[in-house]
Design a protein around this ligand. Structure first.
Ligand code: KG4
Ligand code: ZN
Length: 328
Protein backbone atom coordinates (compact mmCIF):
# COMPACT_ATOMS: atom_id res chain seq x y z
CA UNK A 1 0.00 0.00 0.00
CA UNK A 2 1.63 3.23 -1.19
CA UNK A 3 0.70 6.69 0.12
CA UNK A 4 1.81 9.18 -2.53
CA UNK A 5 2.04 12.97 -2.37
CA UNK A 6 2.37 15.56 -5.11
CA UNK A 7 2.96 19.28 -4.46
CA UNK A 8 5.15 20.36 -7.38
CA UNK A 9 2.95 23.24 -8.55
CA UNK A 10 -0.45 24.55 -7.46
CA UNK A 11 -2.36 21.36 -6.67
CA UNK A 12 -2.06 19.63 -3.32
CA UNK A 13 -2.47 15.91 -4.06
CA UNK A 14 -2.48 12.65 -2.10
CA UNK A 15 -3.37 9.15 -3.23
CA UNK A 16 -3.39 5.55 -2.05
CA UNK A 17 -2.40 2.95 -4.65
CA UNK A 18 -1.59 -0.71 -4.15
CA UNK A 19 1.35 -2.62 -5.62
CA UNK A 20 -0.80 -3.86 -8.53
CA UNK A 21 -1.62 -0.31 -9.59
CA UNK A 22 -5.16 -0.26 -8.23
CA UNK A 23 -6.09 3.30 -7.23
CA UNK A 24 -7.84 3.15 -3.86
CA UNK A 25 -8.16 6.92 -3.62
CA UNK A 26 -6.84 10.06 -5.29
CA UNK A 27 -7.49 13.48 -3.80
CA UNK A 28 -6.65 16.88 -5.25
CA UNK A 29 -7.07 20.23 -3.51
CA UNK A 30 -6.80 22.70 -6.37
CA UNK A 31 -5.43 26.17 -5.72
CA UNK A 32 -6.73 27.43 -9.07
CA UNK A 33 -9.02 30.11 -7.65
CA UNK A 34 -6.34 31.32 -5.26
CA UNK A 35 -4.00 32.15 -8.16
CA UNK A 36 -6.63 33.19 -10.72
CA UNK A 37 -6.60 36.84 -9.68
CA UNK A 38 -2.83 37.01 -10.37
CA UNK A 39 -3.23 35.43 -13.82
CA UNK A 40 -0.77 32.65 -12.97
CA UNK A 41 0.72 30.63 -10.15
CA UNK A 42 2.51 32.66 -7.46
CA UNK A 43 5.15 30.28 -6.03
CA UNK A 44 5.18 31.60 -2.46
CA UNK A 45 1.38 31.56 -2.25
CA UNK A 46 1.39 27.97 -3.54
CA UNK A 47 3.92 26.78 -0.92
CA UNK A 48 1.95 28.31 1.92
CA UNK A 49 -1.30 26.76 0.79
CA UNK A 50 0.32 23.32 0.44
CA UNK A 51 1.49 23.66 4.02
CA UNK A 52 -2.00 24.55 5.20
CA UNK A 53 -3.90 21.76 3.48
CA UNK A 54 -1.54 18.79 3.06
CA UNK A 55 -2.44 17.16 6.41
CA UNK A 56 -6.14 17.27 5.54
CA UNK A 57 -5.68 16.09 1.94
CA UNK A 58 -3.55 13.11 3.04
CA UNK A 59 -6.03 12.21 5.81
CA UNK A 60 -8.83 12.42 3.27
CA UNK A 61 -6.96 10.11 0.86
CA UNK A 62 -6.47 7.53 3.62
CA UNK A 63 -10.07 7.74 4.75
CA UNK A 64 -11.57 7.43 1.30
CA UNK A 65 -9.27 4.47 0.59
CA UNK A 66 -10.69 2.90 3.75
CA UNK A 67 -7.27 2.36 5.31
CA UNK A 68 -5.41 3.60 8.38
CA UNK A 69 -1.90 5.01 8.62
CA UNK A 70 -0.83 1.62 10.00
CA UNK A 71 -1.69 0.01 6.66
CA UNK A 72 0.68 2.26 4.68
CA UNK A 73 3.79 0.31 3.68
CA UNK A 74 5.61 2.89 1.64
CA UNK A 75 5.60 6.66 1.07
CA UNK A 76 6.16 8.23 -2.36
CA UNK A 77 6.66 11.89 -3.13
CA UNK A 78 7.51 14.17 -6.06
CA UNK A 79 11.01 15.59 -5.57
CA UNK A 80 11.15 17.52 -8.86
CA UNK A 81 10.86 19.17 -11.28
CA UNK A 82 8.62 22.00 -10.11
CA UNK A 83 8.46 25.04 -7.85
CA UNK A 84 11.18 24.54 -5.29
CA UNK A 85 9.24 25.82 -2.26
CA UNK A 86 6.16 23.84 -3.20
CA UNK A 87 8.20 20.66 -3.69
CA UNK A 88 9.92 21.14 -0.32
CA UNK A 89 6.60 21.13 1.52
CA UNK A 90 5.63 17.71 0.12
CA UNK A 91 9.11 16.25 0.46
CA UNK A 92 9.52 17.38 4.09
CA UNK A 93 6.08 16.08 4.97
CA UNK A 94 6.87 12.72 3.34
CA UNK A 95 10.22 12.43 5.10
CA UNK A 96 8.64 13.18 8.47
CA UNK A 97 5.90 10.60 7.99
CA UNK A 98 8.26 7.92 6.67
CA UNK A 99 10.79 8.50 9.46
CA UNK A 100 8.15 8.47 12.18
CA UNK A 101 6.67 5.23 10.85
CA UNK A 102 9.93 3.53 9.88
CA UNK A 103 8.82 3.30 6.24
CA UNK A 104 10.85 3.48 3.02
CA UNK A 105 10.51 6.62 0.92
CA UNK A 106 10.43 6.73 -2.89
CA UNK A 107 11.42 10.03 -4.52
CA UNK A 108 9.57 10.38 -7.83
CA UNK A 109 10.26 12.42 -10.96
CA UNK A 110 7.01 14.30 -11.69
CA UNK A 111 7.38 13.71 -15.44
CA UNK A 112 7.91 9.98 -14.89
CA UNK A 113 4.53 10.13 -13.14
CA UNK A 114 2.83 11.65 -16.21
CA UNK A 115 4.54 9.07 -18.46
CA UNK A 116 3.37 6.02 -16.49
CA UNK A 117 -0.09 7.24 -15.41
CA UNK A 118 -1.61 4.84 -17.95
CA UNK A 119 0.01 1.83 -16.24
CA UNK A 120 -2.61 2.15 -13.47
CA UNK A 121 -5.67 -0.09 -13.38
CA UNK A 122 -8.12 -0.71 -14.95
CA UNK A 123 -6.68 -1.58 -18.36
CA UNK A 124 -3.02 -0.79 -17.71
CA UNK A 125 -0.85 -0.10 -20.75
CA UNK A 126 2.18 -2.33 -21.30
CA UNK A 127 5.59 -1.28 -22.58
CA UNK A 128 6.78 -0.62 -25.20
CA UNK A 129 4.70 2.46 -25.90
CA UNK A 130 4.90 6.05 -27.06
CA UNK A 131 3.78 8.80 -24.69
CA UNK A 132 2.79 12.40 -25.33
CA UNK A 133 2.92 14.57 -22.22
CA UNK A 134 1.54 18.08 -22.66
CA UNK A 135 0.96 20.16 -19.54
CA UNK A 136 1.29 23.73 -18.34
CA UNK A 137 4.99 23.29 -17.63
CA UNK A 138 6.13 20.57 -20.03
CA UNK A 139 5.57 19.21 -23.50
CA UNK A 140 7.46 16.19 -24.79
CA UNK A 141 7.23 12.89 -26.60
CA UNK A 142 8.76 9.88 -24.88
CA UNK A 143 9.49 6.29 -25.73
CA UNK A 144 8.91 3.79 -22.93
CA UNK A 145 10.56 0.39 -23.33
CA UNK A 146 10.42 -0.36 -19.62
CA UNK A 147 8.25 1.63 -17.18
CA UNK A 148 11.25 2.17 -14.92
CA UNK A 149 12.48 4.88 -17.26
CA UNK A 150 11.68 6.77 -20.47
CA UNK A 151 13.57 8.30 -23.38
CA UNK A 152 12.63 11.79 -24.52
CA UNK A 153 12.33 11.80 -28.32
CA UNK A 154 11.39 15.45 -28.72
CA UNK A 155 10.30 18.38 -26.58
CA UNK A 156 9.22 21.97 -26.70
CA UNK A 157 11.98 24.46 -27.43
CA UNK A 158 10.06 27.33 -25.81
CA UNK A 159 6.55 27.40 -24.29
CA UNK A 160 4.73 24.29 -23.11
CA UNK A 161 1.44 23.51 -24.90
CA UNK A 162 -0.60 24.34 -21.78
CA UNK A 163 1.27 27.60 -21.40
CA UNK A 164 0.42 28.42 -25.04
CA UNK A 165 -3.25 27.68 -24.30
CA UNK A 166 -3.14 29.87 -21.19
CA UNK A 167 -1.35 32.78 -22.89
CA UNK A 168 -3.67 32.58 -25.91
CA UNK A 169 -6.66 32.59 -23.57
CA UNK A 170 -5.37 35.68 -21.84
CA UNK A 171 -5.01 37.48 -25.21
CA UNK A 172 -8.64 36.58 -25.88
CA UNK A 173 -9.68 38.01 -22.54
CA UNK A 174 -10.49 34.64 -20.96
CA UNK A 175 -9.74 33.64 -17.37
CA UNK A 176 -6.88 31.57 -15.98
CA UNK A 177 -6.18 28.69 -16.53
CA UNK A 178 -7.33 29.29 -20.07
CA UNK A 179 -7.02 25.82 -21.64
CA UNK A 180 -10.48 24.60 -20.61
CA UNK A 181 -12.02 27.96 -21.63
CA UNK A 182 -10.45 27.85 -25.09
CA UNK A 183 -11.59 24.23 -25.42
CA UNK A 184 -15.19 25.20 -24.63
CA UNK A 185 -15.26 28.33 -26.79
CA UNK A 186 -13.57 26.61 -29.75
CA UNK A 187 -16.52 24.23 -30.10
CA UNK A 188 -18.66 27.19 -31.22
CA UNK A 189 -16.07 28.57 -33.66
CA UNK A 190 -14.63 27.91 -37.11
CA UNK A 191 -11.16 26.29 -36.92
CA UNK A 192 -10.38 27.52 -40.43
CA UNK A 193 -11.35 31.15 -39.90
CA UNK A 194 -7.74 32.19 -39.27
CA UNK A 195 -4.54 30.64 -40.51
CA UNK A 196 -2.15 30.45 -37.55
CA UNK A 197 1.37 29.00 -38.01
CA UNK A 198 1.87 25.28 -37.37
CA UNK A 199 5.53 25.36 -36.46
CA UNK A 200 7.82 22.43 -37.22
CA UNK A 201 11.23 22.87 -35.62
CA UNK A 202 13.31 19.70 -35.92
CA UNK A 203 11.93 16.21 -36.35
CA UNK A 204 10.05 15.67 -33.11
CA UNK A 205 10.43 18.95 -31.25
CA UNK A 206 7.73 21.55 -30.62
CA UNK A 207 7.66 25.35 -30.61
CA UNK A 208 4.65 27.42 -29.59
CA UNK A 209 5.98 30.92 -29.06
CA UNK A 210 5.49 31.92 -32.74
CA UNK A 211 1.87 30.81 -32.59
CA UNK A 212 1.24 32.92 -29.51
CA UNK A 213 2.90 35.97 -31.13
CA UNK A 214 0.81 35.48 -34.24
CA UNK A 215 -2.38 35.55 -32.15
CA UNK A 216 -1.12 38.69 -30.41
CA UNK A 217 -0.73 40.46 -33.78
CA UNK A 218 -4.09 39.21 -35.00
CA UNK A 219 -5.83 40.51 -31.87
CA UNK A 220 -4.07 43.89 -32.32
CA UNK A 221 -5.14 44.07 -35.97
CA UNK A 222 -8.73 43.22 -35.21
CA UNK A 223 -9.09 45.62 -32.31
CA UNK A 224 -11.05 45.07 -29.13
CA UNK A 225 -14.59 45.02 -30.56
CA UNK A 226 -13.85 42.72 -33.48
CA UNK A 227 -11.76 40.37 -31.31
CA UNK A 228 -14.69 40.09 -28.94
CA UNK A 229 -17.06 39.36 -31.84
CA UNK A 230 -14.79 36.73 -33.43
CA UNK A 231 -13.59 35.22 -30.16
CA UNK A 232 -14.87 31.71 -30.77
CA UNK A 233 -13.39 31.67 -34.31
CA UNK A 234 -10.06 32.87 -32.94
CA UNK A 235 -10.16 30.24 -30.19
CA UNK A 236 -11.04 27.46 -32.65
CA UNK A 237 -8.32 28.47 -35.13
CA UNK A 238 -5.71 28.83 -32.39
CA UNK A 239 -6.64 25.48 -30.86
CA UNK A 240 -6.56 23.86 -34.28
CA UNK A 241 -3.01 25.11 -34.99
CA UNK A 242 -1.84 24.03 -31.55
CA UNK A 243 -3.32 20.54 -31.67
CA UNK A 244 -2.14 20.06 -35.27
CA UNK A 245 1.46 20.55 -34.12
CA UNK A 246 0.99 17.92 -31.39
CA UNK A 247 -0.81 15.42 -33.63
CA UNK A 248 1.76 15.81 -36.45
CA UNK A 249 4.66 14.93 -34.12
CA UNK A 250 2.80 11.95 -32.69
CA UNK A 251 2.11 10.70 -36.23
CA UNK A 252 5.78 11.07 -37.14
CA UNK A 253 6.99 9.34 -33.95
CA UNK A 254 4.59 6.43 -34.43
CA UNK A 255 6.15 5.95 -37.86
CA UNK A 256 9.81 6.22 -36.86
CA UNK A 257 9.54 4.31 -33.57
CA UNK A 258 7.20 1.63 -34.91
CA UNK A 259 5.17 1.44 -31.70
CA UNK A 260 1.65 0.03 -31.50
CA UNK A 261 0.55 1.83 -28.34
CA UNK A 262 0.17 5.50 -27.48
CA UNK A 263 -0.52 7.02 -24.06
CA UNK A 264 -1.29 10.68 -23.44
CA UNK A 265 -0.90 12.69 -20.25
CA UNK A 266 -0.65 16.20 -18.82
CA UNK A 267 -3.45 18.75 -18.50
CA UNK A 268 -3.63 19.42 -22.25
CA UNK A 269 -4.53 15.75 -22.79
CA UNK A 270 -7.91 16.86 -21.44
CA UNK A 271 -8.45 18.93 -24.59
CA UNK A 272 -11.42 17.52 -26.50
CA UNK A 273 -10.12 18.46 -29.96
CA UNK A 274 -6.75 16.81 -29.25
CA UNK A 275 -8.40 13.66 -27.90
CA UNK A 276 -10.64 13.37 -30.92
CA UNK A 277 -7.87 13.93 -33.45
CA UNK A 278 -5.55 11.49 -31.75
CA UNK A 279 -8.33 8.89 -31.62
CA UNK A 280 -8.82 9.35 -35.38
CA UNK A 281 -5.09 9.15 -36.07
CA UNK A 282 -4.72 5.99 -33.98
CA UNK A 283 -7.69 4.33 -35.68
CA UNK A 284 -6.13 5.16 -39.05
CA UNK A 285 -2.69 3.81 -38.09
CA UNK A 286 -3.91 0.80 -36.14
CA UNK A 287 -2.39 2.09 -32.91
CA UNK A 288 -4.05 1.49 -29.54
CA UNK A 289 -4.69 4.73 -27.62
CA UNK A 290 -4.63 5.14 -23.84
CA UNK A 291 -6.34 8.42 -23.01
CA UNK A 292 -6.77 8.11 -19.23
CA UNK A 293 -9.57 9.88 -17.36
CA UNK A 294 -8.96 13.60 -16.98
CA UNK A 295 -8.24 13.16 -13.28
CA UNK A 296 -5.17 11.11 -14.22
CA UNK A 297 -4.08 13.56 -16.97
CA UNK A 298 -3.91 16.69 -14.84
CA UNK A 299 -1.59 16.73 -11.83
CA UNK A 300 -2.45 14.05 -9.28
CA UNK A 301 -0.72 11.79 -6.77
CA UNK A 302 -1.95 8.46 -8.18
CA UNK A 303 0.50 8.89 -11.08
CA UNK A 304 3.27 9.53 -8.54
CA UNK A 305 2.41 6.22 -6.87
CA UNK A 306 2.37 4.63 -10.34
CA UNK A 307 5.94 5.79 -10.94
CA UNK A 308 6.98 4.79 -7.41
CA UNK A 309 6.14 1.19 -8.32
CA UNK A 310 8.94 1.39 -10.88
CA UNK A 311 11.44 3.40 -8.79
CA UNK A 312 13.96 2.17 -6.20
CA UNK A 313 12.77 3.11 -2.67
CA UNK A 314 15.27 4.68 -0.24
CA UNK A 315 15.57 3.26 3.28
CA UNK A 316 15.65 5.18 6.55
CA UNK A 317 17.76 7.22 7.34
CA UNK A 318 19.28 7.73 3.90
CA UNK A 319 16.30 9.71 2.57
CA UNK A 320 16.64 12.40 5.22
CA UNK A 321 19.33 14.08 3.11
CA UNK A 322 17.24 13.98 -0.09
CA UNK A 323 16.70 17.37 -1.67
CA UNK A 324 14.01 18.78 -3.93
CA UNK A 325 15.10 19.98 -7.38
CA UNK A 326 13.41 22.61 -9.55
CA UNK A 327 14.94 20.76 -12.55
CA UNK A 328 15.92 17.11 -12.65
O1 KG4 B 1 -0.80 18.81 -15.98
P1 KG4 B 1 -1.40 20.06 -15.47
O2 KG4 B 1 -2.62 19.95 -14.61
O3 KG4 B 1 -0.36 20.87 -14.62
C1 KG4 B 1 0.97 21.03 -14.98
O4 KG4 B 1 1.81 20.15 -14.63
O5 KG4 B 1 1.23 22.03 -15.69
O6 KG4 B 1 -1.69 20.99 -16.74
C2 KG4 B 1 -2.29 22.25 -16.64
C3 KG4 B 1 -2.41 22.83 -18.03
C4 KG4 B 1 -2.88 24.28 -18.04
O7 KG4 B 1 -2.03 25.01 -18.90
C5 KG4 B 1 -4.29 24.19 -18.61
O8 KG4 B 1 -4.69 25.34 -19.33
C6 KG4 B 1 -4.18 22.99 -19.52
O9 KG4 B 1 -3.36 22.08 -18.82
N1 KG4 B 1 -5.49 22.39 -19.79
C7 KG4 B 1 -6.09 22.39 -21.01
C8 KG4 B 1 -7.36 21.77 -20.84
N2 KG4 B 1 -7.49 21.43 -19.52
C9 KG4 B 1 -6.34 21.82 -18.90
N3 KG4 B 1 -5.66 22.83 -22.19
C10 KG4 B 1 -6.48 22.66 -23.24
N4 KG4 B 1 -7.71 22.11 -23.17
C11 KG4 B 1 -8.19 21.65 -22.00
N5 KG4 B 1 -9.40 21.08 -21.93
ZN1 ZN C 1 2.27 17.96 -14.35
Amino acid sequence: MILALETSCDDTCAAVVDADGEVLSSRVASQGLLHARYGGVVPEVASRRHLEVLDAVAADALESAGIALDDVQSVAVTHGPGLIGALLVGLSWAKALAAARGLPLTPVDHLHGHVVASTLRPGPIEAPYLCLVASGGHTFLARVDDPRSYTVLGQTLDDAAGEAFDKGARLLGLGYPGGPEVDRLAREGDPEAYDFPRSAPGELDFSFSGLKTSLLYKVRDLGEKETERRRSDLAASYESALTSALVARVARAVGTERLQRLAIGGGVAANSELRQRLAELCAELGVQLWAPPLSLCTDNAAMIAAAARFTEPVDYPDYLTLDAAARL
